[in-house]
Design a protein around this ligand. Structure first.
Ligand code: GLN
Length: 256
């Protein structure tokens, strides 16, 4: 009986949840659906697929989100939106959490709370085979493309180089394939995926120029109850090898 009532309540769950969050109450959540926001343009972490794991969405992050739901007896819903909109949607209560290969940064930490990190990555350069770009400083007089709002943009900006920002990784890589730019700066595992999908591209690493980055799930500031659930699940997935399993399943070649 309680279960049936819960199910009925779940139908109205999304509405109840956003109303609760908008009013700013820290009441215990009654909805049993967890809504994750992502930007499904970031393989192998999230992408659109004809046979997705949750609706049309698949990837390492989608598998992690599903596991968090399973561990907590909650259904998982994915809301796909622009990367730049994710933290705003979180603050508005439109979504419960962000899972988007999102790097923990000091700036983002001012706006949201992050979970235990579940993946280590770094920025790399994708160039055409035979390029004379061998280290980050070689980009100085080159045409650089980044993806808007990604940490790669921040890195290139901090280096003081001019660049053009695209909305999607695939668009950035097409610029390179078509010879319209010399280098794309993007996260390592995603770069590995793109060079696997496009002939004639290689990855150039420069560990002195690009620091390592940690991906974590973001929740609204102060949503400690959800954060604790997410952390418990992530820590279990790290300890029992589930994250490694998902990474190996979705990553291309020797992607980290
Ligand atoms: N890790 C990068 C960032 O946080 C890119 C993430 C993404 O595009 N999904 O900015």
């Amino acid at each position: 009986m309680v279960k049936t009532l819960k199910k009925i309540a779940a139908l109205a769950g999304a509405v109840v949840l956003s109303a609760t969050m908008l009013s700013g109450c820290a009441k215990e959540k009654e909805a049993d659906t967890l809504v994750f926001g992502t930007n499904a343009e970031f393989p192998p972490f999230e992408f659109v697929s004809s046979n997705g794991l949750i609706d049309q969405y698949d990837g390492i992050d989608i598998a992690v989100a599903k596991k968090i739901g399973d561990d907590n007896g909650m259904a998982v819903k994915i809301e796909n939106m622009e990367f730049d909109s994710l933290l705003i949607a979180l603050q508005n209560g439109q979504i419960d959490a962000v899972i988007a290969g999102m790097t923990v940064t000091e700036e983002r930490k001012e706006a949201v709370d992050f979970s235990t990190p579940y993946y280590v990555a770094k920025q790399v350069m994708i160039v055409k085979e035979g390029s004379d770009i061998k280290k980050a400083a070689d980009m100085a007089d080159k045409k650089i493309v980044v993806i808007q709002g990604y940490t790669g943009e921040t890195c290139v900006n901090d280096m003081g180089y001019d660049y053009e920002a695209f909305k999607k990784g695939t668009e950035a890589v097409m610029e390179l394939v078509n010879g319209k730019c010399d280098v794309v700066v993007i996260d390592s595992a995603t770069a590995a995926k793109y060079i696997g999908d496009n002939e004639g591209l290689v990855i150039v690493e420069d560990d002195e120029a690009f620091a390592s980055e940690e991906y974590a799930i973001a929740v609204a500031k102060g949503n400690d109850e959800l954060l604790a659930k997410i952390n418990a699940s992530i820590e279990k997935m790290i300890a029992d090898g589930t994250i490694n399993e998902f990474s190996a399943k979705y990553a291309e070649g020797s992607a980290e």
